[in-house]
Design a protein around this ligand. Structure first.
Ligand SMILES: Cc1ncc(COP(=O)(O)O)c(C=O)c1O
Length: 347
């Protein structure tokens, strides 16, 4: 491995910061029950202290390189480029990371943070199971107990990932409330945390939730964008791509990629949401086009809700794209706009 291939500190990428209340314009903030204000403040302080600490950065960098498998390749998709006949297409291969998705960047970072904070127990939510598997893996690596909340419907659909989490020593707690999917699993995890924060850290799996989660999760994933930019330069000589495209479930891989280009107005940032069966409320998981401002899971965000403010169900073949609210717009301050969010039509 040459020095050019080494993992750069994932915490150094320039990123736009929210105001002191964790707000990104009208989005974000901290809308949490009284009892969670103290642990959220504790987490904020710990994160702000540790992200600047050399030893913490070194440890994370070491694990990302030697355990997780960073840097991931930037692959020139020659045949896809030929087939589509236009742009030269490069794929950032986050799927090649240990456990098979970008989720481990954030899960490992947060579990390391929790360990530094003296926590002994980890909780997490999962939809498709990828975040649950990543968190169970990080907890096993660092020797912490782990409970993963998962909707019963998602458990049925993603049985293999349930088994994987159990093999890693995690308890998978079935959630039978509401639609028995991801949003209900997040509610249950918050409920657990209210009673357990003294020894427990909640590893939230995407750029959602109350401050400091969105900026912290974004920062753990910013390594995707900083690597991709460097690799593109090396492979093509171009300083920037014309377009950066990412799928948006909760928004974490998108924000990880976009964070490298937030200050580059010439780079078009495109998030692709699940168009589901069609444009009617309940038939898709596209919050940018179908969502309205509301408060969900501790933050002000675009929510798929009815006229009475009731959160409606979503549809997507992917359990992971099912969150009815998320923070991407909040986390792309001044660079966001519906023109940059496209619906992925199909099931
Ligand atoms: C492989 C993979 N890609 C993308 C996503 C979407 O999540 P996010 O929008 O938070 O990156 C998920 C979520 O579970 C995932 O597992």
């Amino acid at each position: 491995m040459t020095s050019r291939d080494r993992v750069r500190t994932p915490l150094s990428a320039a990123a736009m910061e929210p105001d002191e209340g964790g707000r990104y314009g009208v989005y974000g903030g901290r809308y949490a029950p009284e009892t969670l204000m103290a642990p959220l403040e504790e987490l904020s302080r710990a994160w702000d202290r540790l992200r600047r600490k050399r030893a913490f950065q070194r440890r994370l960098r070491h694990l990302l390189e030697h355990y997780v498998g960073r840097p991931t390749p930037l692959y020139f998709a020659e045949r896809l480029t030929e087939h589509l006949g236009g742009a030269r297409i490069y794929l950032k291969r986050e799927d090649l990371l240990h456990t098979g998705a970008h989720k481990i960047n954030n899960a490992l970072g947060q579990v390391l943070l929790a360990k530094e904070m003296g926590k002994t127990r980890i909780i997490a939510e999962t939809g498709a199971g990828q975040h649950g598997v990543a968190t169970a893996t990080a907890a096993a690596l660092l020797g912490l107990d782990c409970v993963v909340y998962m909707g019963e419907e998602d458990m049925r659909r993603q049985r293999l990932n349930v088994y994987r989490m159990q093999l890693l020593g995690a308890e998978v707690a079935a959630v039978d409330a509401g639609s028995r999917t991801l949003k209900d699993a997040i509610n249950e995890a918050f409920r657990d945390w209210v009673a357990s924060f003294a020894d427990t850290h909640y590893v939230l799996g995407t750029v959602t939730g109350p401050e400091p989660y969105p900026r912290m999760v974004r920062q753990f994933h910013s390594v995707i964008g900083s690597e991709a930019r460097r690799q593109l330069k090396r492979q093509t000589g171009a300083a920037d791509p014309d377009v950066a495209i990412a799928c948006v479930g909760g928004g974490s891989n998108a924000m990880g990629l976009f964070s490298a280009f937030l200050d580059r107005p010439d780079v078009l940032l495109v998030g692709v949401e699940a168009g589901g069966r069609g444009p009617d409320l309940g038939d898709h998981a596209a919050r940018f086009s179908g969502g309205t401002l509301g408060v969900l899971h501790g933050a002000r965000t675009l929510v798929l809700q009815d006229e009475e403010g009731q959160v409606v169900g979503t549809h997507s073949v992917s359990g992971r794209a099912r969150l009815p609210g998320r923070r991407s717009r909040a986390c792309v301050p001044a660079r966001s706009g519906a023109d940059r969010v496209h619906l992925g039509h199909g099931p």
